[in-house]
Design a protein around this ligand. Structure first.
Ligand SMILES: [Zn+2]
Ligand SMILES: [Zn+2]
Length: 215
């Protein structure tokens, strides 16, 4: 499975005209399925980054919105006319267009083989995260972690042993629970990137637009 960061507060790959902005989006490619997790804040930046990374937005067949904050769902409207028929997994009961088929993702369920949502978890705002089956173990992809990284991992581990975490960790500071992780990639709103890097330099990975992760 291949993950590409297409929207983030930082740029990872310089020189391609990619743009950073406050928000998050990550593209997942697994077999024939292309899934977009979150859409960043601004449609023009999302679509520009996707195009500059050589990705055709028409191939996106599923879209998952982690939670209903504008830095995660803001690009959805601009994306709608460009994708064909697509399944939209979100925690709001509306779809921006008829070609996006709304699936209200209240409960944990499979999105495609090896990709599962935790379903909506309670936080300052309800949020879903993805649980991904990599070659070596299970990874969790988070938007802003409003329910708390601990709670998300607790639900995610029902699928198997978690070895990696990618996305926005927000104010998470219970660092010891990451000790056994092989792969830690804090993005977007993570407030304690420096501390995590100092504690776990072997497993720490820089995030940013253009970063490609093979799991
Ligand atoms: Zn948020
Ligand atoms: Zn956010």
């Amino acid at each position: 499975m291949k993950l590409t960061i297409v929207y983030d507060n930082e740029i990872f790959t310089q020189g391609f005209g990619l743009r950073s902005d406050w928000g998050f989006a990550c593209l997942l490619e697994k077999g024939g399925a292309t899934i977009l997790f979150d859409t960043g804040a601004r449609g023009n930046i999302l679509l520009g980054n996707i195009e500059k990374l050589g990705i055709d937005s028409k191939i996106i067949s599923k879209i998952v919105i982690s939670h209903e904050h504008s830095d995660h769902n803001g690009g959805l409207k601009a994306l709608a006319p460009l994708v064909g028929e697509a399944d939209l997994y979100r925690l709001a009961k509306q779809s921006p267009s008829e070609n996006m088929h709304l699936i209200f993702a209240e409960d944990s369920r499979q999105i495609t083989e090896g990709v599962y949502t935790t379903g909506g978890l309670k936080g300052s705002v309800d949020e879903q995260s993805l649980v991904l089956k990599g070659k070596k173990g299970w990874y969790v992809l988070v938007g802003c972690s409003h329910p708390g990284v601990e709670e998300i991992l607790n639900v995610a581990k029902q699928y198997g042993d978690i070895i990696g975490l990618v996305g926005g960790f927000h104010g998470f500071n219970n660092f010891s629970i990451l000790e056994k992780f092989d792969f830690i990639c804090p993005c977007h709103c993570t407030q304690h990137k420096r501390e995590i890097k100092e504690l776990y330099p072997q497993s720490y990975t820089e995030c940013g637009v253009g970063k490609v992760i093979e799991i």
